[in-house]
Design a protein around this ligand. Structure first.
Ligand code: FA5
Length: 342
């Protein structure tokens, strides 16, 4: 009878397919009214010899069943893990997939580098709005409505008064007004600018400028020259030279155009620099006394210098890029080349 029960229980345990069912079977065997528990129920009616005999057999059966339940349990746990791996959409046991991160855009790299250079000289970095008023973009910069300089900076208008800024120079006026009438200013202003220019190798209708503005007492053109010389050597290499050419901006007096020695021929003359040995990078000058006075400072006490550089121009010289449009057409082959530069 015990051997029949042993076979029956063994079959039941073999047939079970889930941990839940196994637990139920365990209760049905060892519980209060379990199959094995019941075997010893009416022991009191048996003789001592029969009790000894039954006790021994039941004990052996119990030990055997416990062992095969344990084995089945281990088997079912392993099976569940394997089933989970096969059924779940995410296999947490596999090594992760490689994630291709992007690279900084060359203009961002260049902007960061220029910012950190000017930071090291104590310049603060501020930003202005890309939508500007006619008043700040032109009038406050000493460019009245009928001034011919407006022709060179036609832009995109939202209304007669509101436009996309053509340069970062309006931030000169806004920064002076915010600090007037006293105190020194040393800021750079990076940001996007817009003009109604035809797109070609060196021009884009949208480009980036970095404005520089210093206002203080006893500021001369020599301070501008020293600052820009240091800038050029830091960004383009220690052998770089700069030169000032007289120029004209309504908001600076005197005004200059600043060139750096050509990075390709180092001043010898080549096709990149049109045989001159020099490449223009920015416009600059002493802040015009009218601008200083219009913005709340006293031009008899304060002077200053300002400059505005094209960031694309600096990046093109630095990395030998011959077409400005490459910055804007999202060609991954072009952009991936900058993944080693931080
Ligand atoms: C100005 O915009 C003056 N605001 C600069 C300035 C600031 C002078 C402070 C004095 C004092 P200009 O128009 O030359 O100047 O532009 C400055 C630079 O912006 C140029 O040297 C060039 O690098 C860049 N730039 C101008 N137009 C474009 C364009 N369409 N595409 C790309 N870069 C441009």
């Amino acid at each position: 009878m015990i051997s029949e029960l042993k076979q029956e229980l063994t079959n039941m345990i073999n047939d079970v397919n889930s941990l839940n069912d196994l637990q139920n079977i365990k209760v049905s065997i060892f519980g209060k009214k379990g199959r094995i528990t019941l075997l010893t129920k009416d022991m009191k009616d048996k003789t001592i010899e029969e009790r000894r005999q039954i006790g021994q057999e039941v004990h052996q059966l119990k030990e055997y069943i416990e062992i095969i339940i344990k084995q089945k349990e281990l088997f079912l746990i392993e099976k569940k893990i394997n089933d989970d791996i096969n059924n779940e959409a995410i296999d947490i046991y596999l090594p992760g997939m490689e994630f291709n991160s992007g690279t900084l855009h060359p203009l961002t790299i260049t902007r960061n580098e220029i910012e950190s250079f000017f930071n090291s000289l104590g310049f603060a970095v501020i930003e202005g709005n890309e939508i500007e008023s006619d008043e700040y973009n032109f009038e406050k910069m000493n460019i009245p409505k009928d001034h011919p300089a407006r022709d060179m900076q036609d832009t995109f208008y939202f209304s007669v008064e509101e436009l996309l800024r053509t340069h970062t120079s309006p931030m000169q006026a806004r920064t002076m007004e915010a600090n007037a009438p006293d105190g020194p200013i040393r800021v750079i202003v990076p940001g996007k600018t817009y003009r109604r220019d035809e797109d070609d190798l060196t021009h884009s209708h949208q480009f980036m400028q970095i404005e520089g503005l210093v206002i203080d007492k006893n500021i001369s053109l020599a301070d501008l020259k020293g600052t820009l010389e240091l800038f050029a050597k830091n960004i383009f290499g220690s052998n770089t030279k700069i030169r000032f050419r007289p120029s004209y901006f309504p908001f600076t007096e005197p005004s200059v155009e600043v060139d750096v020695t050509c990075h390709v021929c180092h001043g010898q003359g080549c096709s990149v620099c049109k045989q001159t040995g020099w490449i223009e990078i920015l416009g600059a000058g002493q802040v015009h006394p009218n601008v200083i006075d219009n913005c709340g400072y006293d031009s008899n006490v304060y002077q200053g210098f300002a400059f505005g550089m094209g960031v694309e121009r600096v990046a093109m010289i630095k990395y030998g890029i011959d077409d400005i449009r490459l910055f804007y057409n999202n060609n991954l082959n072009f952009l991936k080349q900058f993944d080693k530069i931080k």
